[in-house]
Design a protein around this ligand. Structure first.
Ligand code: C2E
Ligand code: CA
Ligand code: CA
Ligand code: CA
Length: 273
């Protein structure tokens, strides 16, 4: 049976192009990693008040380290997990880890990235509620981050879950804001609490392709709509200064802190692991 299986694999492998073969290989390895719970870890990147500099929250970011290959970026394996039907399992695991870890931390909110695939599942809000109960985290201390593009494309499908989550007090953030083609026209229809200005605008501050007029427009619009604003990808003191001056509520980026393991966050707050 083993040789037949191997033969079949070879048959398909020869018919696939290299990138599809690589995707399949990653999919198989990720499925195994999820089953055995090995190599996966959640890192946390603090968010800082633009005014006081205090840590106000943290974003959970999944990490996957493979024995031979080392770290593989979530920008590679998350889309594969979405296509392979693994994102719900992965996403729930991240959510559990994040809620359990954050319940000990003196921060406002723990932000967790949620795929549009998860949001379309009719049971998502229920699962989140169960995870919150199990972890003891107050719903208002959880924020789900959804990307603007995925939300616009699936607005009708995602809405029931978002409405249910908001009714329970969970916060919603629009991630990568400004990268979607219709950001501005859709903003007033979104029932969200926060927008996160994409790093591509932040990195333009002070450069020749200065993104600051766009950032200013985004912040003015968000404020007029009663939304909080976080800037991501803050790497320089100049960016931090500018973003604080024009009214961002919180800042996130390598200048302030890199993502770190839960234990390192425990140490920052001097709480037991
Ligand atoms: P994102 O949600 O936009 O997360 C921000 C990314 O920017 C993270 O990359 C973070 O490590 C990185 N970053 C933070 N500060 C800086 C900075 O100052 N400079 C630069 N150059 N980068 C910075 P990461 O962790 O590799 O994640 C990439 C993307 O993968 C995330 O983008 C998110 O879309 C996705 N992702 C990560 N974890 C999860 C997860 O648990 N679930 C889902 N669905 N997606 C996830
Ligand atoms: Ca995010
Ligand atoms: Ca983002
Ligand atoms: Ca992003």
């Amino acid at each position: 049976a083993k040789s037949a299986g191997k033969g079949r694999y070879t048959f398909f492998a020869e018919g696939m192009d290299a990138s599809l073969r690589r995707r399949k290989e990653i999919e198989t390895a990720l499925r195994a990693a999820l089953e055995t719970r090995t190599g996966l870890e959640v890192f946390y990147q603090p968010l800082y008040s633009a005014q006081s500099g205090a840590i106000t929250g943290a974003e959970a970011l999944v990490r996957w380290r493979r024995p031979q290959q080392g770290f593989i970026s979530p920008t590679i394996f998350v889309p594969i997990a979405e296509e392979a039907g693994l994102i719900e399992q992965l996403g729930e695991w991240v959510l559990e880890q994040a809620c359990r870890a954050a319940v000990k931390w003196p921060i406002g909110t723990i932000s967790v990235n949620v795929s549009a695939v998860q949001l379309r599942n009719a049971h998502f809000a229920e699962r989140v509620t169960e995870i919150l109960k199990q972890s003891g985290l107050e719903p208002a201390r959880l924020e789900v981050e959804i990307t603007e593009t995925s939300f616009i494309e699936n607005a009708a499908n995602c809405q029931p879950n978002l409405t249910a989550l908001r009714a329970r007090g969970v916060k919603i953030a629009l991630d990568d804001f400004g990268t979607g083609y219709s950001s501005f026209t859709h903003l007033r229809n979104f029932d969200v609490d926060r927008i996160k200005i994409d790093r591509s605008f932040v990195s333009g501050i002070g450069s020749t392709e200065d993104g600051s007029p766009i950032i200013q427009a985004i912040i003015d619009l968000a404020k007029a709509s009663g939304l909080k604003v976080t800037a991501e990808g803050v790497e320089t003191a100049e960016q931090r200064f500018f973003l604080s001056q024009i009214g961002c509520n919180s800042l996130q980026g390598y200048l302030l802190s890199r993502p770190m393991p839960a234990k390192a966050m425990d140490a920052v707050f001097r709480v037991g692991g």
